[in-house]
Design a protein around this ligand. Sequence first.
Ligand SMILES: [Zn+2]
Length: 285
Amino acid sequence: MTVVVAALLGSAYALGRSLVPDQVPPRHSAGATTSADGPHYADQPSGGEPTGGAPTGGAPTGTPSAGTGPAETGQDGSGQTTGTDNLFGAHATSGSPRLALTFDDGPDPRYTPQVLALLREYDVHATFCVVGENAQNHPDLIQAIVNEGHTLCNHSWHHDVGLGARSADAIRADLLRTNEAIRAAVPNAPIVWYRQPGGAWTYPVVSVARQLGMTPLHWSVDPSDWELPGAAKITATVLTQAEPGSVVLLHDAGGNRQGTVDALRRILPDLTARFELEALPTDPT
Ligand SMILES: [Zn+2]
């Protein structure tokens, strides 16, 4: 456990200093993913938060890079989510033999269209975990995602990794605002998944998501593309760790994601030869 925590702290530290934010400044302090320049929208845990690994299967799940720097955890370092039950029941696998690709933090006009084009080329459907303010700013991309057969996941309004520590009412308002932005683009769009930014699950955020008809969604394969390791490393991690039922975490926004797009070009021919890929269903149990 000590090693894991140390790795996480290092990961949070690296995250805090290595990524170039491209978003507007946050309205709320959000721990490790907040800086003076704004959040960088990466689905990584900060100190004291979930490990990002699936609790099932025992397969390696994208161990964060080790480091020795201090965690920039802010108010999130309470430790309330340490231990093996830190997902609070969030799904970390697809629930079927099929593999699910998920793309977080968008939509982004620079990268989302490239991702959509590649998915179309390989006839693959995926799931997009969108940020409410980005959905509001790019309704055309929300429409494109749905029109091309992909499914949607609520990823909070402003990618607040500390959302789970707020009141149930505040969480509910955030999630509802996000769904409203999505549905302003696509009325009646099914939104049955919720992914907590940073994987920083708490009991309240899981409870509210479920009350709103959304199933909490984590992941099982994490190439840490938000750390900009390059297309080759992203590709290698995904292809090495993918297995039936995997939920793969990738990002089509939140920073420079060209490496992810380039990796996807290499990943798709391999994965489609080995697995059946699916968009996570809109009728999860
Ligand atoms: Zn995210």
